[in-house]
Write a protein that binds this ligand. Structure first.
Ligand SMILES: NC(=O)c1ccc[n+]([C@@H]2O[C@H](COP(=O)([O-])OP(=O)(O)OC[C@H]3O[C@@H](n4cnc5c(N)ncnc54)[C@H](OP(=O)(O)O)[C@@H]3O)[C@@H](O)[C@H]2O)c1
Length: 299
């Protein structure tokens, strides 16, 4: 059973530490995953306009039978929706697809360093949505310290959450410390290393879920490697949104509250960091860069 602790955001809103990710869950898969997750105790669901499954997520939420106010729903503004008015329209469209009348957390999906003015305009739209009470909290994804400093220097509201690529191979110690210093909760995307599967790898790497150090710790605790990794995120005080479309794995991934990793366990997993991200570089991000990455991967 997922009895995830709650993290308190900088505007006092409470967010479950563990949630379900639904990137690349297409069609009914997303709806069924959401239902399985909620049935097994998840209360946080992380989707995005770019995932093209908000409608399915909404259907899963409606079919779950759990009251809306018990759930914490996150969605994100995509780059082709950036700009003040465009962002407000995109938010209405996301709400419509989700079948909801508010979201708990609305995130900018990426910074656009080459046109940061558009990022700032979008953030001002999110601030407006927060003032109107149409979202309970607003945040960003993939922001570096510099992006955060520029945003905070030119806008009013400090992001509640910074959702970044974070897993034992790329544990983002500096970014975690920056976020903490600014009062921003760090949320780990690709927490199990899923991003290594997005595109063919230039150099093969041991899948995180099969890493011998993690496998040995998992064996000692009688847990799966995924559970050990999720527990590692939680013990670091992070929010974590593992994706699965498999009901057994969904339930198991969040069943991490009947054991604890020792300090040597935590240190051994921390030591797996290699300083390299698997996903896109936030300093280069825009739609052309993404197109180039996808073309290189034959997508
Ligand atoms: N803000 C951003 O820019 C951004 C970027 C990427 C992702 N995200 C969010 O973060 C979420 C999680 O990241 P992710 O989807 O990239 O990767 P992930 O959660 O690290 O890994 C997901 C992959 O691991 C598999 N898996 C899950 N549990 C497993 C288990 N117990 N044993 C074996 N395999 C398991 C899943 O397959 P099955 O489904 O078959 O179990 C899937 O292929 C996304 O879904 C999305 O919501 C945000």
């Amino acid at each position: 059973m997922n009895n995830s602790p709650l993290l308190t955001l900088n505007n006092k809103v409470k967010m479950p530490a563990i949630g379900l990710g639904v990137f690349r869950a297409a069609g009914d898969e997303a709806s069924l995953a959401v239902q399985a997750a909620i049935a097994s105790g998840y209360r946080l669901i992380d989707t995005a306009s770019a995932y093209q499954n908000e409608d399915q997520v909404g259907r899963g939420i409606a079919a779950s039978g759990v009251a809306r106010e018990e759930l914490f729903v996150t969605t994100k503004l995509w780059l082709n929706e950036y700009g003040y008015d465009a962002a407000l329209r995109a938010f209405d469209a996301s709400l419509g697809r989700l079948g909801l009348d508010y979201v708990d957390l609305y995130l900018l999906h990426w910074p656009v360093p080459g046109n940061f003015a558009a990022t700032l305009e979008s953030w001002r739209a999110l601030e407006n949505l927060l003032y109107q009470g149409r979202v309970r909290a607003i945040g960003v994804c993939n922001f570096t310290q510099t992006h955060l400093e520029v945003l905070m220097g030119r806008t009013e509201i400090v992001p509640a959450v910074n959702q970044v690529e974070l897993h034992p191979y790329f544990n983002q110690l500096d970014q975690r410390q920056t976020n903490a210093r600014l009062g921003i909760i760090t949320q780990s995307w690709s927490p199990l290393g899923g991003a290594y599967g997005y595109r063919p790898l230039e150099k093969p790497i041991t899948p995180l879920l099969e890493h011998p150090v993690i496998a040995a710790i998992a064996k000692a605790h009688g847990k799966t490697t995924a559970q050990v990794i999720v527990r590692w995120h939680v013990q670091h005080g992070l929010s974590v949104i593992p994706k699965s479309s498999n009901p057994e794995r969904i339930a198991a991934n969040a069943a991490v509250f009947d054991f604890a990793l020792s300090q040597p366990d935590m240190d051994a997993i921390d030591a797996l960091d290699n300083g390299n991200r698997a996903g896109p570089d936030p300093d280069l991000f825009d739609l052309d860069y993404l197109k180039m990455l996808n073309a290189r991967a034959g997508k």
